[in-house]
Unconditional design. Structure first.
Length: 339
């Protein structure tokens, strides 16, 4: 019997845009146990897709190696015999370690949440990875509280726009940085209190933080940049401040001033989502469903979309992300008829 196929983005080599192809591949098998097969309508791009294409960030063991994609939105097409939470036809979105940029995907039922009725496919696909990452980093790990000050680097990114909205909804005060002033202005629409364009001088934001907080410093920093930002981060944090390291677009290492960390009694935490165990991902998804999905349903927070591409335009989507001109999420419509 001939295997059923589907269309998918494939990484056929490591390097530039030519490494990406859209081709027919074998469709995932029928789901077993607690697995759910989803008919994917839209998926979103993440920096991890760029790194994977270049050969710097392979999919974790057990995940599909050549189909990228960490988040998706679609319809439940089939369920395994042990599935209790979902039924065929439900609209769901979720996270995965790889394989989302394809017409079908099979995932554990615990990594799915129901899409609010007010989100279309593109908006839903732009949501899970960034809102789960931001919510987990800010509230589960950094314990951001009402009235505290938050600084978000790369505030115009998908995680950045999610973070300032969640912080604002929780009664915290979000500040931000970007390389260009226009992204700071756009971020004000989503709750940004104030911001500074960093360009090539990271020390600029520590000076700005002192001005914004009357010298006290911010309670939490969500760092999506890394590298040379570390020293200024330590300067910008208040006593017992918390630094969350989430991204390394500016580099993965920097000198650490132990005396400043100890003197201020700072906490530095690194976090990733893709490589976590299924149990950890399930917990983060449950918290997202309980605390973030209601905010999405009410319109209190919303996904921010930069541009939408068809599946066949995946190379253009990667080019857009690598330009660093995007604000918010870049989405791929897997189904050309999806709205």
């Amino acid at each position: 019997m001939k295997a059923e196929t589907m269309r998918a983005v494939r990484i056929v080599s490591h390097g530039g845009l030519e490494a990406l192809e859209v081709s027919q591949v074998e469709r995932p098998a029928e789901p077993s146990a607690d697995r759910v097969r989803v008919r994917v309508r839209a998926a979103a791009l993440n920096r991890a897709d760029i790194l994977q294409r270049k050969g710097y960030y392979p999919a974790p063991p057990g995940a599909v190696a050549d189909i990228p994609g960490l988040e998706f939105a679609g319809e439940v097409e089939q369920v395994g015999p042990e599935v209790r939470a979902w039924r065929v036809g439900q609209h769901v979105f979720g996270i995965t370690a790889a394989g989302a940029q394809a017409e079908y995907i099979v995932v554990p039922e615990s990594t799915l949440a129901e899409i609010p009725a007010n989100l279309d496919w593109a908006e839903a696909a732009a949501t899970p990875e960034v809102f789960i990452t931001a919510h987990d980093a800010l509230f589960t790990q950094a314990c951001l509280e009402l009235g505290e000050a938050l600084l978000v680097h790369a505030v115009g990114s998908g995680v950045g726009t999610a973070a300032i909205q969640l912080a604002s909804a929780a009664g915290a005060v979000p500040y931000g940085t970007s390389r260009t002033p226009d992204k700071l202005e756009r971020a004000r629409e989503y709750g940004l209190k104030d911001g500074v364009a960093v360009r090539d001088d990271p020390a600029r934001f520590s000076d700005a933080v002192r001005e914004w907080t009357n010298g006290a410093g911010v309670n939490v920093i969500l760092d999506l940049v890394g590298g040379s930002y570390l020293a200024a981060n330590l300067d910008a944090l208040c006593l017992r401040g918390r630094l969350m390291l989430v991204g390394t677009t500016a580099g993965a290492s920097a000198p650490l001033d132990f005396a400043k960390v100890m003197g201020k009694r700072l906490s530095i935490t690194g976090t990733v989502l893709r490589a976590r165990s299924l149990e950890e991902k399930a917990l983060a998804t449950r918290k997202f469903a309980a605390h973030v999905v209601p905010l999405l349903a009410s319109g209190r927070v919303r996904p921010v979309i930069d541009k939408i591409y068809r599946l066949d335009e995946v190379r253009a989507a990667h080019e857009r992300m690598e330009s660093n001109a995007s604000f918010g999420k870049i989405v791929l419509l897997i189904d050309d008829q999806a709205k």
